[in-house]
Design a protein. Structure first.
Length: 290
């Protein structure tokens, strides 16, 4: 039986990735969102205490990805009044992670990249599950083509990061008209988009108001819904069961893919419970009794 069906419009929270050179104002651009939970990875946001306080936002400072993951999980599972998660910049977190992974597994054959990217994927999965707007910034670096020809700018960080976002923009400073003194704002060039209201290749003057004018305001500024994740007891139970029961190859991987996770700890409570029930049904004595 064919299972395909016509697609339905889905309204989602904004997932925005911004990158640009030093001094372009990435931090200023990111923290314009009201009621933001700002993970400040470069101690840049602390210079904007009045703006942050006025917008009902808060700051948590770290460069450790495990701490970032813990904060995201708390935002995912605990009731709060924040609308937007800001991570500024992710480049610092990724570089710190690479250094730690190199110390743990070495750098032969790029092993530290493999280990770091696995952790980055976990963070990305949690961010995509988060019922909040997400704004992440990154440093810029030169993009090279054949014969080391400079093609332009790209972001500095995990190479797959832009894949996860619906909107990717490159920030630059607009030129001020010397005669009138007008202009000179922050320009956002759309590098990648899945959003009709932000056409590919367009450049617009950056501001939160510009985002708001093109968005579903109710969706952009509504309170976040929480998710109940697996309990330690559930994780212990499913791990124990899987050490006893042999499932068809690839079963657990399919469960993880369907839930959009890479670990039992990140799986929704109800999904883990269904997995536990399924594994229990595979016990030999259960099948014999049936």
């Amino acid at each position: 039986m064919l299972r395909a069906k016509k697609p339905e419009a889905v309204t989602k929270r904004l997932k925005l990735f911004m990158f640009g050179p030093a001094g372009v104002g990435k931090t200023t651009a990111a923290i314009q969102f009201p009621k933001s939970y700002i993970i400040d990875c470069e101690k840049g946001a602390e210079n904007y205490d009045k703006l942050i306080t006025a917008s009902d936002s808060v700051i948590y400072q770290t460069t450790d990805i495990n701490e970032v993951i813990q904060e995201v999980k708390s935002l995912l599972t605990e009731k709060h009044d924040y609308r937007t998660l800001v991570i500024d910049p992710i480049t610092t977190v990724y570089n710190d992670l690479l250094e730690k992974c190199e110390q743990q597994v070495g750098s032969d054959f790029g092993r530290h990249y493999g280990a770091a990217n696995k952790t980055m994927k976990r963070l990305a999965n949690l961010i995509m599950a988060l019922d909040m707007n997400v704004v992440i910034t990154a440093h810029a670096k030169k993009e090279y083509g054949q014969n080391l020809q400079v093609l332009g700018q790209t972001f500095d960080g995990w190479k797959q990061l832009d894949y996860w976002f619906d909107l990717v923009v490159e920030l630059s400073k607009g030129r001020k008209d010397r005669r009138t003194g007008k202009g000179g704002g922050r320009a956002a060039h759309v590098v990648k988009t899945r959003l009709d209201q932000f056409p590919d290749g367009e450049t617009f003057e950056w501001s939160y108001q510009a985002i708001k004018d093109r968005s579903d305001v109710e969706q952009l500024e509504r309170a976040a819904n929480t998710v109940r994740l697996a309990t330690p007891e559930q994780v212990e139970e499913i791990t124990s069961l899987l050490s006893i029961v042999r499932l068809p190859e690839g079963t657990v991987e399919k469960w993880f893919a369907k839930a959009g996770v890479d670990t039992w700890e990140d799986m929704p409570f109800d999904a883990v419970q269904k997995c536990i029930a399924f594994v229990k049904s595979r016990f030999p004595h259960t099948a014999a009794a049936a």
